[in-house]
Write a protein that binds this ligand. Structure first.
Ligand code: 13P
Length: 269
């Protein structure tokens, strides 16, 4: 982490907690997060729970005299409206109370055929509506074993860089190695930092200001006991958490580990 960027921890609930249990979890997380300052927190429930979670976060924040946890969708369609059965548009997400949206998650790329071009269109549409995109990139195990991790990640980044540079809004890039998602395997802090550093360098070649302020999150089996060492790396600005975000105690522990890093003495680099 770097003091120039506010750390961000996002919980991607995937296809879990679509109704009453989502409200309970959001309320519980607001209570637990109320006294953790300095870390931006985003919850990404399924579409069916977005409006209720956003409302719960707003109401609970008022009761706890704290900033509301922010709400993200897990996907979006690039068009505003039309004959796209089953899809949800950026204006609809805004109406539901979202301020963020995850685009290009590897599960969307691998299981639902999303291409780099589609991911770029979604990020563009989000930015046009002032929804902050969390753009996910990451290599598969086969790509890593073939020594192509950096090439794949930078290729996915390049496909969306023009959109991010033009968008002017706050953007977040999440590096999620596919082989680390839901497997209990994480990249070593050094391997993750290597990729994060390369992502920031590639952004800086296009827009140094954007590169300096873009938060680059790590995702893939982030747990309370590996958060500090991962987020302790200079170019890792937060985490995109799957499984461990479904449990209030473990998500709180991750938030606390991120918060503690802010108290470290500044490093001279
Ligand atoms: P896990 O934390 O369960 O590995 O999931 C990571 C992820 O895909 C977050 O988007």
């Amino acid at each position: 982490m770097n003091a120039a960027r506010i750390p961000l921890v996002a919980g991607n609930w995937k296809m879990h907690h679509g109704g009453a249990s989502a409200i309970e979890l959001a309320a519980e997380l607001t209570r637990r997060a109320a006294r953790i300052d300095g870390v931006e927190i985003v919850l990404a429930p399924p579409f069916t729970a977005l409006a209720a979670v956003a409302m719960t976060c707003a109401e609970m924040a008022e009761m706890e005299h704290t900033t509301p946890l922010r709400v993200a969708a897990q996907n979006v369609h690039a068009e505003d409206k039309g004959a796209f059965t089953g899809e949800i548009s950026p204006p609809m997400l805004l109406e539901a109370g979202c301020t963020w949206v995850i685009v290009g998650h590897s599960e969307r790329r691998q299981l639902f055929g999303e291409t780099d071009a589609m991911v770029a269109q979604k990020a563009k549409a989000a930015l046009a509506h002032r929804l902050h995109p969390i753009v996910c990139i990451g290599e598969t195990l086969a790509e890593r074993e073939a020594g192509r991790a950096l090439e794949v990640v930078l290729g996915q980044l390049a496909a969306v860089t023009d959109v991010l540079v033009a968008g002017k809004g706050a953007v977040v890039v999440a590096y999620e190695p596919v082989w680390a998602i839901g497997t209990g395997k994480t990249a070593t802090p050094a391997d993750a930092q290597e990729i994060h550093g390369a992502i920031r360098k590639a952004l800086a070649e296009r827009d140094p200001v954007l590169a300096g302020k873009t938060r680059i999150l790590y995702g893939g089996s982030v747990k309370p006991d590996n958060t500090a060492e991962l987020l302790g790396q200079p170019d890792i600005d937060g985490a995109l958490v799957g499984g461990a975000s479904l449990d209030a105690a473990s998500f709180e522990a991750i938030l606390r580990a991120a918060r503690q890093l802010l108290d470290r003495p500044a490093r001279t680099e």
